[in-house]
Design a protein around this ligand. Structure first.
Ligand SMILES: [Zn+2]
Length: 283
């Protein structure tokens, strides 16, 4: 699954290409990949693209929103004079479109196209009205967006305290605590905050919640800066691979020296997930 920085990388790239384009028509090649009345899309202009956790929302005229979730194997490929490629890398993604995993094609009035490819067909596109959007449980139960103002250390503390007995690493992964943060960025955020991932939430002091908040934000911002991670199979614009993991401090670095103190990075399991940390820096 992609994490927040990977989806944000796609949003930023797509935004530069498709804002103010008008949709001519939509071609649905796999019925399960598209939900909604596709005819409503005709002649609608794209106004904005937002992201909530790992869901992209393309806002159109008439208060319509196209929701897109790439899930395990989704790709979004824009082909105009310029090209934009985002999603799980496959060898054929830089070749001619459509291909055998193309599920939906948006045709724009300037003859450019947006292809939604999805080999494993877990991804989806849903057309909803702005009012229907409020009924989406999935979006309503998500925690605060970590890169927005709504995410303060006080909010993080209040949300984490619902999991008092859990190790802090496990609690961070609950999408109601903070949305879009998965295993990679939870490990990195804890490293920046110098907290032992096994620490029980109930043991954390205010100054530690403050450090943890700053650490999560730093890890995610680094992720966006480096275009996501190759580990989660994401590429950015023009098909270049993300290289965040080259810059990771702990994730995937078991047995290697800590970039700060030179002690060995350890890997343990917490809540069934591989957890990387430096036992010397994170006490
Ligand atoms: Zn260290």
């Amino acid at each position: 699954m992609p994490e927040l920085p990977e989806v944000e990388t796609i949003r930023l790239g797509l935004q530069r290409k498709i804002i103010s384009l008008k949709i001519k028509n939509i071609e649905v090649l796999n019925q399960k990949s598209f939900h909604g009345e596709s005819d409503l899309l005709k002649n609608k202009v794209i106004k904005n693209i937002w992201r909530k956790a790992k869901v992209l929302g393309i806002e159109l005229e008439s208060d319509l929103v196209l929701l897109i979730h790439l899930k395990m194997s989704g790709q979004l490929i824009y082909q105009g004079i310029e090209k934009f490629i985002g999603g799980h890398p496959t060898k054929d993604m830089i070749r001619e479109m459509p291909n055998k995993s193309t599920r939906v094609i948006l045709h724009f009035s300037d003859n450019s196209k947006l292809y939604f490819n999805d080999q494993r067909k877990f991804g989806w596109i849903k057309l909803v009205s702005a009012s229907e959007l409020k009924l989406f449980n999935f979006l309503q139960t998500l925690g605060p967006e970590p890169l927005e103002k709504e995410f303060s250390w006080e909010v993080l503390k209040a949300n984490l305290l619902r999991h008092k007995g859990q190790p802090v690493k496990v609690a961070i992964l609950d999408q109601r605590v903070v949305s879009g943060v998965g295993n990679i960025y939870a490990c990195e955020g804890l490293f920046h905050s110098k907290l032992d991932p096994s620490t029980k939430v109930s043991k954390l002091l205010d100054k530690e919640f403050i450090k943890l908040h700053a650490g999560i934000v730093r890890a995610l911002k680094d992720g966006v800066k480096y275009g996501g991670s190759t580990k989660t199979h994401f590429v950015n614009e023009e098909g270049k691979k993300g290289f965040f993991l080259d810059h990771a401090f702990v994730y995937g670095r078991e047995g290697e020296p800590c970039k700060i103190c030179k002690n060995e990075i350890k890997k343990i399991k917490l809540g069934g997930r591989g957890t990387y940390f430096c036992p010397n820096c994170q006490k």
